[in-house]
Each structure stands twice: as C-alpha cells, then as structure tokens.
Design a protein around this ligand. Structure first.
Ligand SMILES: NC(=O)C1=CN([C@@H]2O[C@H](COP(=O)(O)OP(=O)(O)OC[C@H]3O[C@@H](n4cnc5c(N)ncnc54)[C@H](O)[C@@H]3O)[C@@H](O)[C@H]2O)C=CC1
Ligand SMILES: O=C(O)[C@@H]1CCC=N1
Length: 279
C-alpha cells in the first residue's frame, strides 16, 4: 500500500496547510503518521475546534503562522471549502515563494482559478482525494498545472500518497468525473450501508441487528476486495449460487432499471456539479 511506503516523509522544506477540516485534517494526520517533521508543518485555519488545535499543537505543529514566520514553504496545501477560495487564495499568495507548489483539493476549483489568485508562474496542482484518507486508504486523482516542475509534482505526489493511492491525469477535464466517482464515492458506499440496514428492517430484522449486519457486510466486502487479486465481478459471482438467494436479489439490482442506471445518474450529477462549481 502506497500510504505505507518506507522511510519518513520528507517534504524538503516547510509545508503550510490552509484549511484543516475533515480533508485537510486527514492529510495532516497522515503526514504526521508518515513521519513528516511536525516542526515543518504550519496550519492556517481560523475556526479549528480547540481540542483539535491542542492535539496538533502538542504534536509540535505550528498553528496560525504570520507571514514573517514562514516564507516560501515547499508546499501549500489548500483545503478550504470551494466557497472560501477567495478568502484563502490571498493567504496562499502571501506565504508562497517562487518555488512553492500550491496543491488544492477544492472541488470544482480549476487550475485557472487557482493561478489567477497566485503569483504569475506559481506551480499549482489540482487534486481530488476522498475521506478514507483519514485511515490511510484514500485515493486521489490529480492534475498538474503547466508551470509545475517535475520535482514539485513529485512533492505533491508524496504529500497526497501519505494518505493512500494517487493517480495522475493529464486532462483537467477528467477531474470532474474523478470527483463523481472517488471524491464523492465514499458517501455512496455509506448510503449503501444505511439503505441495506433499512431493507433488513423491512424484511423483519430488529433495527440494531440490521445495522450491524449491513455495516459488517460492507466492511468485510471492502476488505475482501482490498486483499483479493480478483476483480469485483468474480467476487460477486463467488457469492452467487445458481438459482439461489443472491441471484434473486441481483435480478432486481441488475435489471434494466436497477443499480447501473441509478449509479450512472448519480455520478453524472456529481460530475455536473463539479463543472458548475468551476463556473
Ligand atoms: N470531505 C470530502 O469528502 C472531500 C472534500 N474535498 C474538498 O476539500 C475541501 C474541504 O472540505 P472539508 O474538509 O470537507 O471541509 P471542512 O469544512 O471540514 O474544512 C474546511 C476548513 O477550512 C477552514 N477555513 C475556512 N475558511 C478559511 C480560510 N480563509 N483560511 C483558512 N481556513 C479556512 C474551516 O475553518 C474548516 O476547518 C473542499 O474544498 C472540498 O471540496 C475533496 C475531496 C473529498
Ligand atoms: O461534496 C463535495 O463537494 C466534496 C467533494 C468530494 C467530496 N466532497
């Protein structure tokens, strides 16, 4: 697993995180878990919960740096909500130096928007991670701006790889669909747990038992998928006895109006929303 590559994570210089909520916080925890020197990590976030701030402060992370405390970090990781980009980009521009790579995880925020708020020629990477990053099992799709040098792209890759796998695309237009599949994807899986549990209740199970069964089923299936070299289709077939119970369920799920068109519509909606956010 890439998140567990050998040797402590080395960014070759300070790293500034702007926005340390769910996604930024997961990245920061991943960096610390991978051995990045906490004294080289700076965080700007005006609304951190005190217990989170205290945990990072105690780890040695430096919170709320002023421009004089840090100039030209190796990387700036931007992880505010897309709607807050206009407030956060000036801060990034203030701290960035000519060799800083600015890595954004903001949904629907294009390389052009990022570049417009930064100095001419600033290296920029647009990335789309997902929340399993919080347990080192994320997957991030990225695209690098034209001004980004190979070593800056490598640094972005190392920082994102600290929390899971990383894939690069050359065409920025693909990032909207990456968002629709893997950025938002964990929510679809959690909804599956919720709806499977509800269906269990409808089939006669007590609610708590249905929730346990649904949750453990998705956890176990995910782990089996992770550990198996078989494609999901084979793992599905392994559950399905001819004329058995699974076949009966799959007849519903794989019908013309079953899960496939529903998932296609859901991913298309997320992809479309990512494009809308880009304006
Ligand atoms: N949550 C998810 O599943 C994923 C989120 N993303 C992207 O990550 C970004 C952050 O999302 P979440 O972490 O879910 O949101 P969040 O609300 O948990 O975190 C955002 C953080 O930014 C801080 N913030 C707001 N304005 C700021 C400013 N001007 N300067 C510094 N910090 C500021 C807030 O206090 C907050 O802690 C979004 O752009 C989202 O599109 C990307 C992939 C997955
Ligand atoms: O819902 C969102 O907009 C963000 C981006 C991908 C996951 N969460």
């Amino acid at each position: 697993m890439n998140a567990h590559c050998s040797g402590p994570l080395d960014a070759g210089g300070p790293v500034l995180l702007i926005g340390a909520g769910k996604m930024g916080g997961a990245l920061l925890d991943g960096w610390l878990a991978r051995g990045l020197d906490p004294a080289s990590v700076f965080v700007v976030d005006p609304a951190l919960p005190e217990f989170t701030a205290e945990r990072w402060r105690r780890a040695g992370v430096r919170l709320g740096p002023q421009p004089g405390d840090l100039s030209g970090p190796a990387a700036i990781l931007l992880a505010v909500k897309p709607q807050a980009v206009e407030g956060a980009l000036p801060a990034a521009a203030t701290f960035a130096g000519p060799d800083t790579v600015v890595v954004s995880v903001l949904a629907g925020t294009t390389l052009a928007t990022l570049s417009a708020g930064l100095a001419d020629g600033q290296a920029v990477v647009r990335a789309m991670p997902n929340t399993p990053a919080a347990v080192g099992r994320g997957v991030t799709g990225c695209v690098a701006g034209g001004q980004t040098r190979p070593e800056q792209r490598d640094l972005a890759d190392r920082l994102l790889r600290a929390v899971g796998d990383v894939v690069w695309v050359e065409d920025e237009g693909l990032i909207d669909a990456v968002t629709g599949v893997s950025g938002s994807g964990p929510a679809y899986v959690f909804l599956l747990v919720e709806t499977l549990a509800r269906a269990g209740v409808a089939a006669g199970l007590p609610a708590e038992l249905a929730q346990t069964l649904a949750r453990k089923t998705v956890e176990g299936a995910g782990e089996l998928l992770a550990r198996s070299s078989e494609p999901p289709e084979i793992l599905r077939r392994n559950v399905t006895s001819p004329n058995g119970t699974t076949a009966a369920a799959l007849e519903v799920l794989m019908a013309e109006d079953g899960l496939a068109p529903l998932m296609e519509r859901a991913v298309a909606a997320a992809t479309r929303r990512s494009r809308e956010l880009a304006g």
